[in-house]
Design a protein around this ligand. Structure first.
Ligand code: ADP
Ligand code: NA
Length: 326
C-alpha cells in the first residue's frame, strides 16, 4: 500500500542477536525500502530501566551501527534517536490524561517486567503510552512487532480513538488507527540452550560475534547424546533449527539427509553452521568495522533522520495543541 507508514522502535539495550535479526530486523530492512518508514532508537523507553549514561550512549550507537551495517539505507527511510524528537514526549503527556491507570497496571508486559525484578517506576508503567505517541505522531499505519506486542498496539488504537472522540470533530479525526504487522512467528529462534534466544537468558549468538567468541558459542549449542553413527532427526535439533535460517533450500535438504542417514555428528553440523553464519554476515561485519571508524557519519545519519521526523511531528503537534487548547 503506497499510503502505508511503517514505524518501529528499537531498544538500545546492547548488541543485537540473530533472534532479533530473523524475528525483526530482516523484516524492518525489507519494509524500509518499500514504504515510508520511521525507525527510532527508543532511549526514552530504555531509561525506564537503564540508568547509566555511558551505556546509554554506547548502546544507542550500537543499534545505529547494526542497522546501517545490515543494510539500512538512510536515503530510503529515517533512522533516528527518539529523544531527538521531543514532540513525542509532549504528545505522550497529553495521552496520559486519556488513559486510566488501571488499564496500564493490567498491562501484560508491565506485569512481566515487574515480576522479572524491574523497578516499577512511573516510566515503566507508562511505557505503552509513550509507545502510542511514537506510533501515532508519525501517522504510523503498520507497526512490525512480535506477537508479544499486540496489547501495546491495542492501547495505541484505543488512545487514537479516545483522542479523536474527545478533541476532534467526527468528520475530521486527527489520528489514524494503526494495524499491527505481526512478524512471522514461525521463526522463534532458539538460543544456544534451546530456549528462545534472548538477551535476558544470556543464550544469544550476536549478529556481529566473530572469531573464537563466535566459535565457542556455536560449539556450545545444546544437543542430545545420540552417538555419531546413529541416524538423527534434524527437526529435533537446535543446531539444525539455526542451520535452517541460514542455508539455502538445497543445502538445507542435503544436511537434513545427512542427519537422517547417520554417520553425521552434531560436531559436523556445528561446523557447518559456523561457516554459514560467518558467510551470511561477512559483508555486514566488514561494513560495521568500517562504520565504527566513522562515528561522525553515523551521527549525521541520525541527525538527518531526526530532521525528517520533525518535519512530520512539528505540524502534527501544532494541530494537537490547537485541538486541545494548549
Ligand atoms: P530480547 O528478548 O533479546 O530482549 P527484544 O525483546 O529486544 O529481544 O526483541 C526485539 C525484537 O526481536 C522483537 O521484535 C522480538 O520479537 C524479536 N526477537 C527477539 N528474540 C527473538 C527470537 N529468539 N526469535 C525471534 N524473534 C525474536
Ligand atoms: Na522508504
Amino acid at each position: 500500500n503506497a499510503d502505508s507508514v511503517v514505524v518501529s522502535g528499537i531498544q538500545p539495550s546492547g548488541r543485537l542477536h540473530i533472534g532479533n535479526y530473523f524475528g525483526a530486523l530482516r523484516q524492518h530492512l525489507d519494509l524500509h525500502t518499500q514504504h515510508e518508514a520511521y525507525y527510532f532508537i527508543v532511549n526514552y523507553h530504555a531509561l525506564t530501566s537503564l540508568h547509566d549514561a555511558d551505556k546509554m550512549r554506547q548502546y544507542t550507537m550500537d543499534v545505529a551501527l547494526d542497522y546501517l551495517a545490515l543494510g539500512f539505507d538512510p536515503d530510503e527511510a529515517a533512522l533516528f534517536v527518539q529523544s531527538d524528537v521531543p514532540e513525542v514526549t509532549e504528545l505522550a503527556w497529553i495521552f496520559y490524561n486519556l488513559m486510566p491507570v488501571s488499564r496500564l497496571e493490567r498491562g501484560v508486559s508491565y506485569k512481566e517486567k515487574v515480576s522479572q525484578g524491574l523497578n516499577p517506576n512511573a516510566g515503566l508503567l507508562n511505557y505503552p503510552v509513550l509507545q502510542a505517541a511514537d506510533i501515532l505522531i508519525y501517522g504510523g499505519t503498520q507497526v512490525p512487532v512480535g506477537a508479544d506486542q499486540k496489547q501495546h498496539i491495542e492501547i495505541t488504537r484505543d488512545l487514537a480513538q479516545r483522542f479523536n472522540n474527545t478533541f476532534c470533530p467526527d468528520d475530521d479525526p486527527l489520528f489514524t488507527l494503526p494495524e499491527p504487522y505481526i512478524l512471522d512467528d514461525v521463526s522463534v529462534v532458539p538460543g544456544i540452550d534451546g530456549q528462545k534466544m534472548s538477551k535476558s537468558y544470556g543464550n544469544t549468538i550476536g549478529i556481529f560475534d566473530e572469531g573464537k567468541a563466535l566459535k565457542k558459542k556455536v560449539m556450545s549449542i545444546v544437543t542430545d547424546s545420540t552417538p555419531l553413527d546413529e541416524p538423527k532427526d534434524p527437526e529435533q535439533c537446535n543446531v539444525f533449527a539455526l542451520i535452517k535460517l541460514f542455508a539455502e533450500a538445497e543445502q538445507r535438504a542435503e544436511i537434513a539427509e545427512q542427519y537422517r542417514a547417520g554417520g553425521y555428528g552434531y560436531g559436523h553440523a556445528k561446523k557447518e553452521l559456523l561457516g554459514l553464519i560467518q558467510d551470511f554476515f561477512a559483508e555486514a561485519r566488514e561494513r560495521r568495522h568500517e562504520l565504527e571508524q566513522r562515528p561522525d557519519y553515523v551521527r549525521d545519519v541520525l541527525r538527518d533522520g531526526a530532521k525528517r521526523a520533525r518535519q512530520k511531528t512539528e505540524p502534527l503537534m501544532a494541530q494537537v495543541r490547537n485541538a486541545t487548547g494548549l
